[in-house]
Design a protein around this ligand. Structure first.
Ligand SMILES: *Cc1c(COP(=O)(O)O)cnc(C)c1O
Length: 388
């Protein structure tokens, strides 16, 4: 099982909670309630109902025959998280947390969003459950992602543009925590990645672990053995955490996280505290965040979930980088060979698989987590290719 790595809110030296006392009190209540529901059969029956009937799970583990034949080497399987409702893995976590919120009696959901994907998934579920929803988004991000702001509003959410500081994700997170402290009687903060103060990384990992719960059983059924490696893109680290979770104790399965070369938190960062938790952070000697350069908005984050810091340090996980050009290439290769347009985030995992699979033998198998679909990125790629 996936929850054996966390002890008292820490994955090894990473995680924890670095927040003011009044935030801590609210987080303690969430942790307590999560501990009660996570193995509760009624809760899990209800969650599984929505995962199946609303999100469309289980998602296929698709054998990419054309890509495998083109590359030679390992057999490549794609875990199709892009087929979830709203087009990515994000809804897995949102459905889990919104049911937790309902258990806690919350009537109102708040969330942070950077690129808008988590905000859209949250607004979607809030609409379905008939809950009031407020999304905090950096003012600069609301301008860059105007269409996602419209989507959230269409879904009935209120989008608050935060123009403090740099007007980016960090300020949106701060604002969401302030709202939570003020309104915790009726409000639940639905956090979007495997980051933040404890218990959020554990909650998000738990609700995303459905990815590897399925893929493990699917792979065993198709191949009669476990895969050689599982590959996933790492931003905050939620889709990778979910894709890895049920293999962590299978020492022979290689777990490979792929970061953008221009936002390589694990490969190039240092231990530090960001957004209320300890992990690797991209910052200079004075603690200023470093600029990131990444074509996938969903991976453009200067921190990373504490699980990945721990897997990296313990040697259980391997973390690699790919360049923007390799990602653009992978986006097109998967589209042409398999008729699947992957999200630019997921294209990072694909890009590494393109290099890695040919180094293995035909007896090997790899699972590439396709965290989302690429429709949202088609215009951006069109512009990027035009200017090449
Ligand atoms: C948000 C997003 C990511 C990055 O977030 P993680 O928490 O690292 O998974 C990756 N892929 C897609 C499609 C996303 O929307």
């Amino acid at each position: 099982m996936s929850q054996t790595l966390i002890k008292n809110g820490y994955y090894g030296n990473y995680g924890g909670s670095f927040v003011p006392d009044e935030v801590q009190k609210v987080l303690d209540r969430i942790a307590e309630e999560f501990a009660k529901v996570k193995d509760d059969p009624d809760f899990n029956n209800e969650l599984n109902y929505y995962l199946k009937e609303y999100a469309g799970r289980e998602t296929p583990l698709y054998f990419a025959r054309n890509l495998t034949e083109k590359l030679g080497g390992a057999k490549i399987y794609l875990k199709r998280e892009d087929l979830n409702h709203t087009g990515s893995h994000k809804l897995n976590n949102v459905l889990g947390q919104i049911l937790l919120a309902k258990r806690m009696g919350a009537k109102r959901i708040i969330a942070e969003t950077g690129a808008g994907q988590h905000g859209v998934a949250t607004a979607t579920a809030a609409a379905m459950f008939g809950m009031e929803c407020t999304i905090y988004m950096g003012a600069k991000d609301t301008k860059r992602q105007a269409l996602n702001v419209f989507r959230m509003e269409l879904l009935g959410a209120k989008v608050v543009a935060v123009d403090k500081g740099n007007g980016l994700l960090k300020e949106a997170v701060d604002e969401a925590f302030m709202d939570l402290v003020k309104n915790h009687d009726n409000t639940f903060y639905l956090l979007g990645s495997a980051v933040g103060p404890t218990p959020y990384p554990e909650i998000v990992e738990h609700f995303q672990s459905v990815i590897s719960r399925e893929s493990r059983a699917q792979h065993l059924e198709k191949e009669g053995k476990l895969p050689t490696a599982v590959i996933a893109a790492v931003g905050g680290g939620s889709n990778a955490a979910g894709a890895f979770a049920h293999y962590i104790n299978d020492e022979n399965v290689r777990l490979i996280g792929v970061e953008p070369a221009g936002a390589a938190t694990i490969t190039k960062g240092k231990p530090g505290v960001l957004h209320g938790f300890k992990s690797y952070v991209l910052q200079d000697e004075e603690g200023n965040l470093l600029e990131t350069d990444c074509i996938a908005a969903g991976l453009d984050y200067p921190g990373v979930g504490p699980l990945h810091a721990y897997l990296h340090e313990s040697g259980r996980g391997e973390y690699v980088t790919v360049t923007n050009d390799e990602v653009l290439d992978a986006f097109q290769v998967l589209s042409r060979t398999e008729g699947i347009i992957p999200a630019l985030e997921s294209s990072h995992a694909v890009a590494y698989a393109l290099k890695f699979a040919p180094t293995l033998s035909p007896e090997d198998t790899i699972i590439v987590n396709i965290s989302g679909r690429g429709d949202k990125d088609v215009q951006q790629v069109f512009e990027l290719l035009k200017n090449k």
